[in-house]
Design a protein around this ligand. Structure first.
Ligand SMILES: Nc1ncnc2c1ncn2[C@@H]1O[C@H](COP(=O)(O)OP(=O)(O)OP(=O)(O)O)[C@@H](O)[C@H]1O
Ligand SMILES: [Mg+2]
Length: 493
């Protein structure tokens, strides 16, 4: 329960029974403002893990518990909490509920509409915000929050957005937690990554421990992170079921899949993702950057676009044949007001690799398309200024073959490593592989209506390697028998 006179804690009934008389007296029955009404709300509110997800069907009491959770710390002037939804209209409903609850729990609380901020009598602050784009994210960067709550986590398509938000979560006050709390229905554009982050790692209600090893000045140190998730249904919220049987009937009459999700909180198998193998093994594939040894063979692959994104990836091969995507240049995002033309793209590619020896670059063949009678093609423009390319293989069936090739690099078992590693700085590629969907009409290929430019750059580069490549083969011997012979009949290099 949340006591009106001193709402410094959320009590479970057991807590309350064991509490000292002074506290029992301070929180009389009539002062009760809110109490958890299900075991799952109690468990969620009493979790000590750093990241906790309250998953479930409709109306199980997730948002109510999320709003209450930070209140227990609001007697501490140092608390800065942040409640997030993806968009502003969604946030309004939550703010309305918070205003009612927070003013009852802390009668002196002030609401600053412009800043969407509650200021509690102690000085503690809880901010409400939305985060639908990189620009929105900017508002929170550089701030410090001890408690971050996200309502409807699967509405966030990219895990990266949440990870960036969580980089603002830290505390120098040891009496305050560092807690990320989230709620979600089991559907939505981000269902895949949310499922992998929580559900695929452990059972409901059990602590998940994730260990990360970091090298600091040559010494390896291990850091652990704890997570937990809970499953719930509307049947946990007895009051709602008793008072609104028609609502339950309405959920029960939904089509099969939606009924499973909304009434029973069931997570449905992921469908349509083109690279499930990437998603499942992301923790093995995405790695921290390290200096690439000079002796490793390096190539680059690019997809050129002016009105659509242009992406260049740099790949290095270790002596065992594992490929490392170690650098990315991504420009001309649709929203980018400063478009980069072919000449500038070439300049930036050369600048990024500086004095590095990159064996060759492979570029989307359409970059050779003529622009008018006399204007050079985008590829010619780049080559003229020293940024050389060979055209990518666009022969019939190459799209399907190249997709299969990427799968062969991504493949790994429980005890084996994938043959591709991607530096975590290659954001476009990681986003692309995480979200690309299959073509609904041809499940051997991806849906090309999506942002697939980084994927294209990767497949062009990987497919440019001779298929009989074996790591022990000296590079020159399979590029051509003579070092001076052109490697490609269209464009010598
Ligand atoms: N402990 C509680 N005491 C009183 N009412 C509660 C409690 N928990 C939830 N409720 C009420 O039950 C209803 C549903 O709760 P809530 O909105 O939190 O569910 P939800 O799981 O977030 O639903 P959705 O999946 O639709 O977002 C709300 O009217 C809320 O006020
Ligand atoms: Mg809710």
């Amino acid at each position: 329960m949340l006591g009106g006179k001193d709402a410094s804690r959320v009590f479970t009934d057991d807590d309350f029974e064991e509490a000292p008389d002074t506290i029992k007296e301070a929180v009389s029955e009539k002062d009760k403002i809110w109490a958890p009404n299900s075991q799952v709300q109690i468990d969620f509110l009493s979790s000590t893990e750093k990241e906790v997800l309250f998953s479930g069907g409709k109306g199980s009491g997730k948002s109510a518990a999320l709003l209450v959770d930070p209140l227990r710390y609001c007697n501490n002037k140092n608390l800065r909490g942040l409640v997030i939804r993806r968009t502003m209209p969604e946030l309004r409903e939550l703010i309305g509920r918070a205003r009612e609850l927070y003013s009852k729990a802390f009668p002196g609380v002030k609401w600053k509409e412009q800043d969407k901020l509650f200021i509690f009598p102690s000085g503690a602050k809880i901010e409400f915000g939305y985060c639908d784009s990189e620009e929105d994210l900017e508002r929170y960067k550089g701030q410090e929050y001890q408690w971050i709550g996200v309502d409807e986590l699967t509405q966030f398509k990219h895990e990266e957005m949440i990870d960036k938000l969580l980089s603002c979560m830290r505390s120098t006050d040891s009496t305050l937690p560092n807690h990320f709390r989230a709620t979600t229905n089991p559907t939505g554009p981000g269902a895949g990554w949310v499922k992998r982050r929580f559900l695929d790692r452990g059972e409901s209600g059990k602590r998940i421990t994730i260990t990360n090893t970091v090298k600091i000045n040559g010494v390896e140190r291990t850091f652990t992170l704890t997570r937990k998730w809970f499953s719930s249904t509307i049947f946990d919220n007895v009051t709602l079921v008793d008072n609104n049987p028609e609502y339950v009937a309405q959920l029960a009459s939904l089509p099969d899949n939606m009924r499973e999700a909304y009434l029973f909180g069931k997570w449905l198998p992921e469908e349509g993702l083109a690279f499930n193998d990437f998603a499942q093994n992301k923790n093995k594939i995405v790695i921290n950057p390290f200096p690439i040894p000079q002796s490793w063979e390096k190539i680059r692959g690019a997809d050129w676009g002016y009105s659509s994104p242009a992406v260049c990836l740099w790949l290095a091969f270790d002596p065992e044949g594992t490929v490392y995507v170690y650098r990315e240049l991504a420009v001309n995002d649709k929203k980018d007001p400063n478009k980069c033309d072919a000449a500038e793209f070439g300049t930036r590619v050369l600048a990024a690799q500086e004095k590095e020896y990159v064996r060759y670059g492979v570029l989307d063949g359409s970059a050779w398309a003529r622009r008018g009678e006399s204007a050079p093609s985008a590829a010619d423009t780049m080559i003229y200024q020293g940024c050389s390319w060979i055209p990518a293989d666009r022969s019939p069936h190459s799209r399907v073959q190249q997709k299969l090739l990427i799968h062969s690099y991504l493949k790994c078992g429980t005890d084996s490593e994938p043959k591709i590693k991607i530096f975590n700085t290659c954001k476009s590629l990681i986003n692309c592989l995480s979200t690309l969907e299959l073509d609904k009409h041809n499940n051997e290929d991806i849906n090309t209506d999506m942002d697939d430019h980084a994927y294209d750059a990767l497949r062009y580069a990987l497919a440019s390697k001779p298929h009989n490549y074996h790591p022990t083969t000296p590079f020159r011997s399979f590029i051509s028998s003579s070092p001076m012979a052109p490697i490609n009949s269209v464009f010598g290099y």
